[in-house]
Design a binder for this molecule. Structure first.
Ligand SMILES: C[S@@+](CC[C@H](N)C(=O)[O-])C[C@H]1O[C@@H](n2cnc3c(N)ncnc32)[C@H](O)[C@@H]1O
Length: 283
């Protein structure tokens, strides 16, 4: 048996050497997971005795993390907005930056009793759609993803969180074949220029699905598809809220205007980067 305090210290040093910044915090997450305990129970001040089996399972996790597999994938779950979501290989790990889209929706549609029909293009884990449904109890929606495994992941998250009656999911190529009109269209499309992907942090470049990252030569391929489809998808007075990569606001605004939409504004994330763009159909 060995004590957790010394283990935490040694393990944090190992992750630091592997280039991980928040090493001690991440080690606490992994230790809590390996022990089936809460984070608060594996504080640095607590010296828990680990059995050899617990130590072996923690060591495996640590090794994978030192090889830069993302913490969220090792834990198999991660929080987005107020929801705990199951992670899977086909779904991008939801980022706090994407919560900017939910804030934008709440700011532009303050009446929570609206029976919004919501479309989420490139739904991944289903995080955007499910977060909106959690804020508007009468809303319902459809999530589409080209990856069938992502569709299954999102549907599983919806069922686990009790949204299965208000959320449906299907495989599709953006909105191809969708005939319905929506009050709200959300999307966090792939927006990294292809040539930049290999240079990203290993957690992203090696472990996130390429389909969730690759935005084509200039990063804007998906926006071209989505902007072109939006006039046919939005109901009168409907709102589109799209996530942006850093520095993409002007180009995406241009694509939306060219498609006949009126850009209503931009919303920065917590780092001050213009992260969400809002557009409405001209009446
Ligand atoms: C950046 S991820 C966003 C996932 C999730 N909405 C989020 O915010 O975390 C983009 C998603 O778009 C999906 N995608 C890529 N190309 C697509 C296409 N042609 N049609 C539908 N979905 C697509 C990917 O599989 C991926 O799940």
């Amino acid at each position: 048996m060995s004590g957790s305090k010394d283990l935490l210290r040694r393990s944090a040093q190992r992750l630091q050497r592997a280039g991980i910044d928040a090493a001690l915090l991440e080690v606490r997450h992994l230790l809590a997971f390996a022990l089936g305990r809460r984070m608060s129970e594996v504080a640095y001040s607590a010296d828990i005795d680990l059995t050899p089996a617990q130590e072996a399972s923690f060591d495996k996790l640590l090794e994978r993390r030192a090889a830069r597999e993302p913490l969220q994938r090792l834990l198999g779950r991660w929080d987005f907005w107020s929801l705990e979501l199951q992670m899977g290989e086909a779904g991008l790990i939801p980022r706090p930056d994407s919560e900017t889209l939910i804030e934008a929706v709440l700011a532009h549609r303050p009446d929570r009793s609206l029976p919004l029909r919501v479309l989420d293009l490139g739904t991944g884990t289903g995080c955007l759609l499910l977060a909106v449904l959690s804020e508007y109890p009468k809303a319902s929606g459809l999530g589409i993803d080209i990856a069938p495994e992502a569709v299954a992941l999102a549907a599983g998250n919806a069922a686990r969180l009790g949204f299965e009656g208000r959320a449906s999911f299907r495989q599709g190529d953006w909105a191809l074949g969708v005939k319905e009109r929506f009050d709200l269209v959300l999307s966090n499309p792939p927006y990294i220029p292809s040539s930049e992907i290999a240079g990203l942090e290993p957690e992203v470049a090696c472990f996130e699905p390429l389909l969730a990252l690759d935005g084509g030569a200039d990063g804007l391929d998906a926006y071209r598809h989505i902007a072109g489809a939006l006039p046919g998808l939005l109901a009168p007075g409907g709102l589109a809220v799209l996530e942006l990569g850093a520095g993409q606001a002007a180009s995406v605004a241009g694509l939306l205007e060219k498609a006949g939409l009126r850009v209503r504004g931009l919303r920065p994330d917590l780092s001050g980067i213009e992260r969400a763009i809002l557009a409405e159909k001209r009446i």
